[in-house]
Design a protein around this ligand. Structure first.
Ligand code: NAI
Length: 340
């Protein structure tokens, strides 16, 4: 059985790390037929009229699975985020970012194994802003009961499915009493009604950050709204080696888009030194997801072979510069392939 998946290389380091991932999956004989599509600045450069061409969205709807490189968004002006637009257009409401200590990667902590679950469609991150009069800007934080309940249900289901023991909700409901207040109330209600066996806690996000950097091993599944999830994901990446080492997935009914937490890294783009690990890990998440959906044990075994190979490569000291090593993108990909 061969599965079709859309491949969106993206901008900056995106094409470099996407190439590496495609090479690794081919070497592992993962039965994926890639459907290449463009998004971001790469789409405009490729002759498209929009940053998010409708044929890219249509391809994801059709094939259900996509692996996506990062897309750049200008700071303080210019066009809106293609990444946000894609998540909203496809209603990919549940972002999952697993963060684990990696073998051979020395950090301040051992044994980190947590998962950030982020609401992906609402909150301040939606970027609804107005200059109501010169020098006065409002930024609207959207929260709906439906979306808060939906992401809570998603996080608890994920926790049970993955045999996780605890869900911690991060919030700022002491200040944002209505929006974050509703977020935690929905989480509480879902837990009481359907998942009472799971440990549960609510933490104000500022104190939660302190606890995270003091002892991340006390955490398991973290549930939060959009902007908090964005920030906390990068903080957590810093706990296990950096942005080159944390994968992600965006799930919805229309399909799933797998992408690393990192961005297009313009500071190193074109140099061939970006770490392809995070996107490779995202691809492994995609393979596992497809394997589960299709009850394909052979595909799950292929995903495990790739994961074991990059764990082994790291343990053997094969690392890119961001993790303290000397390998470039292609050399790291080869090190993984050598250990398949
Ligand atoms: P970034 O994640 O691109 O880079 C932050 C730092 O981490 C840089 O020093 C970079 O070199 C390093 N880094 C990131 N990924 C790496 C990798 N795979 N290997 C080695 N080093 C890596 O974040 P930044 O600079 O804030 O954003 C750059 C652009 O990316 C912006 O236009 C932003 O909007 C976009 N972005 C896109 C995302 C997406 O497509 N989902 C997510 C985050 C940012």
């Amino acid at each position: 059985m061969t599965y079709k998946a859309v491949l969106i290389p993206g901008d900056g380091i995106g094409p470099e790390v996407a190439d590496a991932v495609v090479t690794i999956l081919a070497a592992a004989q993962a039965p994926i037929e890639w459907i290449p599509r463009l998004a971001g600045i790469a789409a405009l450069e490729g002759g498209a009229k929009e940053l998010l061409p409708s044929e890219t969205v249509a391809a994801i709807k059709e094939h259900k699975y996509a692996l996506k490189g990062p897309c750049s968004t200008p700071v303080g002006g210019g066009f809106s985020s293609v990444n946000v637009a894609l998540r909203k257009t496809l209603d990919l409401y549940g972002a999952v970012r697993p963060v684990r200590s990696l073998p051979g990667v020395q950090t301040r902590f051992d044994g980190v194994d947590l998962v950030v679950v982020r609401e992906n469609t609402e909150g301040l991150y939606a970027g609804i802003e107005n200059e109501i009069t010169r020098g006065v800007v409002t930024s609207v934080k959207v929260a709906t009961r439906d979306a808060c309940t939906r992401i809570a249900d998603f996080a608890f289901r994920y926790a049970v499915h993955r045999k996780r023991r605890k869900v911690s909700v991060f919030h700022k409901a002491n200040i944002m009493k209505l929006s974050d207040g509703m977020f935690i109330r929905c989480a509480r209600e879902v837990r009481e009604a359907k998942f009472p066996e799971l440990e549960y806690e609510e933490l104000i996000i500022d104190a939660a950050c302190m606890k995270l950097v003091q002892d991340p091993t006390r955490f398991d599944v973290l549930l939060m709204e959009n902007l908090y999830g964005d920030v906390i994901s990068d903080l957590c990446a810093g706990l296990v080696g950096g942005l080159g080492a944390v994968p992600g997935a965006n799930y919805g009914e229309a399909g799933s888009v797998f992408e690393a937490v990192h961005g297009s890294a313009p500071d190193i783009a074109g140099k061939g030194i970006a770490n392809p690990l995070a996107l490779t890990m995202s691809a492994v998440m995609m393979l596992n997801h497809i394997a589960e959906k299709h009850e394909d044990a052979a595909l799950a075994a292929t995903a495990k072979r790739i994961r074991d190979a990059y764990d082994r490569a790291l343990l053997d000291g094969c690392k890119t510069g961001d993790l303290g090593g000397t390998l470039n993108t292609k050399q790291f990909a080869q090190a993984v392939i050598d250990r398949l």
